[in-house]
Design a protein around this ligand. Structure first.
Ligand code: M6R
Length: 611
């Protein structure tokens, strides 16, 4: 949460930083601000979007070849001009931006107030900044030294970027628990929460690790640990093109990402799935295949949509591999004292690879001896690096706050892992294995077919957009799809929606059913189909409105429902990758019909890097 950008080099910093902030706005959009070094230090900041900051600075002096910028997701202190970053230190010489939470800020603030410091904001960031300045003044040291000393006394998570009016061309950066990428240009350096602000300038990047501090100048990048020892930066090549982070003619990133799914699922399968040879090749899994096969249990750890992918995987792994699977919310798992036994395998699922709860949960499990496999989208992210092995989902940058293509790519990866293990372990017969491999390869074209029903789904969104509540029902492999459909609708349209296993409806939610309640039922042809049809009848008997996802040709179920969305037939193991797509579209078009900014839903941020 919060996006940070920095630049130092021969260019004017302002345009580089503003463009970078727009790309990082998915990380938070409560306020935006920029600090520029040009002999003196200038700070401009504004509540609202980056575009509000642009309006604010019209006519102002925006010169400077070194600068830092921030787009905020508020934690300490309401969204306001005063709480916007960058913050200025008491003397006015330092400016700092921060992504994360300083947990011991209250004590630090008390100490500073006792020493006469005054604060202009409610943020933990301003406290850390003045703490750094106090050390700098008292120790008569440079900014780098002051930051290092301060960070040893700080608890919490942070990425910080600082500039000092007395140290031209220099940005000091440090991280613990939040992401920081440094792009290396010719005589210039770029800093960002991810690589998107630097894509058109360089493909060479360094992912800074926890407890590392960077001294960044146009011609120089020095990386150190908090013990002041130099570290050789590990330079990596970026594999992302600019087009991947642009809307490419779509109204919203969310719509673009929904429509990218045939390609992203294909990319995820490419080079891994060999339908003729009957093999699945995943090098990051291969070396742990033996441990997975012998695992007493697999624990899936994730949050939000990624947690729903874990739930689908639970059904798939238990069915195909006959291994006990548990699916845990990372935020709960990290604070329990979970029993980790020898032979337990943890699969961490995350689009961003930066979700704080998931990261800490796997670090805890790792410390207890578990093998950690990451199913992660963002290459080089913290969770990917903290895992022993795993597989990238190759879905490309996901910018819409509501996760869509990451989910289907996660399912594709998890299905391949399950198929591979089942085959190696002998818990699937060869015919079924070969048939599933062939059908998996057909998923992209089936998703393509679903996308062609978009106009119908847009009409349904228009028809039901004024409903106060929605219920989503599904069973078996499609129960998590119901949860995911409800989450998407909540996030994007702010309509209250609940997902339930269809059979659980009778244990409570049926009390909600009346002529005003739309119930979205995933009723595709699978093992549970006839039971789900009974649930539809129960809803209709109580005058509920049923919008059902049905398999093509299923006229009998269609006749029972108010509205239907037709999806191609698929094996039930693979069906969630297809049935979730109309639910993504339904949420998208409902949000649009209600006039909301679906790419930046209120109160949310793309990457939850705080608890
Ligand atoms: O990056 P992650 O997959 O770890 O993120 C997990 C959740 O924060 C994320 O899925 C969130 O629920 C999305 N807003 C859902 O659309």
């Amino acid at each position: 949460m919060c996006g940070i950008v920095g630049y130092t080099g021969p260019k004017e910093a302002y345009p580089v930083i503003i463009k970078g902030l727009k790309r990082l706005e998915y990380r938070g959009y409560d306020s935006a601000g920029i600090a520029l070094l040009d002999g003196s230090l200038k700070v401009y900041k504004k509540k609202g979007r980056v575009s509000d900051l642009e309006d604010e600075v019209v006519g102002k002096d925006l010169h400077g070849h070194t600068g830092i910028g921030h787009t905020r997701w508020a934690t300490h202190g309401e969204p306001s001009d005063a709480n916007a970053h960058p913050h200025r230190s008491s003397t006015g010489k330092l400016a700092m931006i921060h992504n994360g939470i300083i947990e011991n800020y209250a004590q630090l603030k008390k100490d500073l107030i006792n020493k006469g410091y005054q604060f202009k904001s409610d943020t933990d960031t301003e406290v850390l900044l003045n703490f750094i300045e106090e050390i700098k003044e008292n120790n008569h040291c440079g900014l780098e030294e002051a930051v290092r000393v301060a960070l040893k006394r700080v608890t919490g998570a942070y990425v910080i970027l600082l500039i000092d009016a007395e140290e031209p061309d220099t940005i000091i950066a440090a991280r613990k628990g939040s992401p920081l990428v440094i792009g290396i240009g010719k005589g210039e350096h770029f800093l960002g929460s991810d690589a998107s602000p630097m894509l058109e300038y360089t493909k060479e990047v360094v992912y800074v690790n926890d407890y590392e501090l960077a001294i960044v100048r146009p011609d120089e990048l020095i990386l150190k640990n908090l013990g002041n020892e130099k570290i050789t930066p590990y330079v990596q090549k970026l594999d992302i093109e600019l087009a991947a982070i642009e809307k490419s003619g779509y109204d919203h990133f969310m719509l673009k990402e929904i429509f990218e799914q045939p390609q992203t699922i294909f990319d995820c399968l490419r080079g891994r799935l060999d339908t003729l040879g009957g093999t699945i090749t995943m090098s990051g899994i291969q070396q742990y295949a033996d441990q997975i096969m012998k695992a007493n249990r697999i624990v899936m750890i994730a949050c939000g949509t990624s947690w729903h992918a874990g739930l689908v995987a639970e059904y798939i792994f238990e069915e195909l591999c006959r291994i006990n699977v548990e699916v845990e919310y990372a935020s709960e798992f990290r604070y329990r004292n979970p029993v980790i036994q020898p032979g337990d395998v943890i699969i961490a699922i995350s689009q961003s690879g930066e979700t704080a709860d998931t990261l800490v949960a796997i670090e805890n499990a790792k410390a207890k001896g578990a093998i950690i496999l990451g199913v992660v989208n963002v290459v080089g992210s913290s969770i990917a690096r903290a895992s022993h092995g795993g597989a990238y989902t190759h879905a490309g940058p996901e910018i819409g706050v509501a996760s869509t293509k990451a989910f289907t790519a996660q399912l594709a990866v998890l299905t391949m892992i399950a198929l591979k293990i089942a085959h190696d372990k002998g818990t699937i017969d060869q015919d079924r294995y070969m048939r599933l491999l062939a059908e998996l390869a057909e998923v992209p074209s089936k998703v393509e077919k679903v996308l062609k029903t978009k106009d119908k789904i847009r009409d349904l969104a228009e028809k039901y957009k004024d409903a106060r509540d929605f219920l989503y029902l599904g069973r078996g492999f499609n129960f998590p799809v119901a949860l995911e459909g409800a989450l998407k609708l909540k996030e994007i349209s702010y309509i209250h929606a609940e997902g339930y296993p269809a059979a659980e409806m009778k244990h409570g939610p049926i009390a909600l059913v009346d002529e005003n309640l739309p119930v979205v039922v995933v009723a595709t042809k699978d093992t549970y189909h006839h039971k789900v049809v009974s649930n539809i009848q129960e809803i209709k008997a109580r005058k509920g409105k049923v919008i059902a996802l049905i398999t093509e040709g299923d006229t009998a179920t269609a006749a029972l429902c108010d509205d239907v969305i037709i999806v191609p037939e698929a094996d039930e193991i693979l069906a969630p990758m297809i049935s979730v797509v109309p639910l993504q579209l339904l949420a998208y078009y409902t949000g649009v019909a209600k006039g909301y900014d679906v790419d930046k839903p209120r109160n949310l941020a793309k990457s939850v890097t705080v608890e």
